[in-house]
Design a protein around this ligand. Structure first.
Ligand code: MF3
Ligand code: CO
Ligand code: CO
Length: 269
């Protein structure tokens, strides 16, 4: 058993920020979030099975909504701070928080992010995947691949007692090496007992800085990677959807991860 008081004292003596008590999940919490993660993965699998050109994003919403309910979960986005749908669907230059609509029909060559968050027995898991619709350009495929690789790289470098800003350091360094840019305004977040908890997870930053990450922490990593500049704007007509400001493509993958005593467990992906 980890003695968190001793750990905190040790890092505080070194002048390093430590997680607050509510950032450390109990075994019971972790078991609950794990279950929510399994359901969330199954919902994304269902989307993967059916998504295709000609389908509206409203149909994706229906698949997500019905599958989540069938599996005993609740889609967390629905009515979250007034959000009107059960999932986010972000196409091409939409960075995140695209709202499903009958009017948005997936077409050959589109790249689309589907972001699902599921509540099971009060516990939350949050993950998103990219889908390539039909034949996509080499550039679109490379952007999507780079985004997944950046996230996987961050996870593979992550260890208990890593520093929070290392995550973003690894992500941005890799993304820049491929000629792309990382969105700074939106980040990952603690998750599990609520949709968005502390800490904020930056996808950029300076190595060896930020809070020390203790076993028992659960959070998302969800880099948004732009084809050109990192600038974004909020759609004024719905106050949700974020777009690239130069019209370039944007890709995102999101995992919910748990810091364990000897590594990292991906709870939803
Ligand atoms: N799932 C998103 C995230 O990764 C949040 C969406 S909020 C919603 O944090 F209301 F738009 F669903
Ligand atoms: Co999230
Ligand atoms: Co999400």
């Amino acid at each position: 058993m980890i003695n968190y008081d001793e750990l905190r004292a040790k890092y505080q003596r070194l002048g390093i920020e430590t997680p607050t008590f509510d950032m450390i999940k109990s075994e019971k919490d972790i078991e609950g979030i794990r279950k929510a993660g399994i359901v969330n993965n199954m919902v994304l699998d269902e989307v993967e099975k059916h998504i295709k050109a000609g389908m509206s994003t409203e149909e994706i919403n229906t698949i997500v909504h019905n599958k989540t309910i069938e599996l005993g979960g609740i889609p967390a986005p629905l009515n979250f701070e007034g959000y009107p749908k059960s999932v986010c669907t972000s196409i091409n230059d939409a960075v995140c928080h695209g709202i499903p609509s009958k009017k948005d029909i997936l077409k050959n060559g589109d790249i689309v992010n589907v972001d699902c968050t599921t509540i099971v027995d009060g516990y939350y898991a949050d993950a998103s995947r990219m889908f390539l619709i039909g034949e996509c350009s080499e550039e679109a495929k490379r952007l999507v691949k780079t985004t997944k690789e950046a996230l996987d790289l961050a996870v593979s470098n992550l260890k208990p007692y890593s520093r929070l800003r290392d995550i973003g350091y690894w992500i941005e360094k890799y993304v820049k090496s491929k000629g792309y840019s990382v969105v700074h305004e939106i980040g990952g977040h603690g998750v599990g007992n609520d949709f968005h908890e502390d800490p904020f997870i930056y996808h950029y930053g300076k190595k060896g800085t930020g809070m020390v990450l203790f076993p028992g922490m659960v959070f998302t990593i969800e880099p948004m990677v732009n084809q050109y500049g990192r600038g974004v704007f909020l759609d004024a007509s719905n106050e949700w959807t974020v777009y690239t400001d130069d019209g370039g493509l944007s890709a995102q993958y999101e995992y919910t991860v748990l810091i364990t005593e000897d590594g990292v467990e991906i709870l939803a992906s």
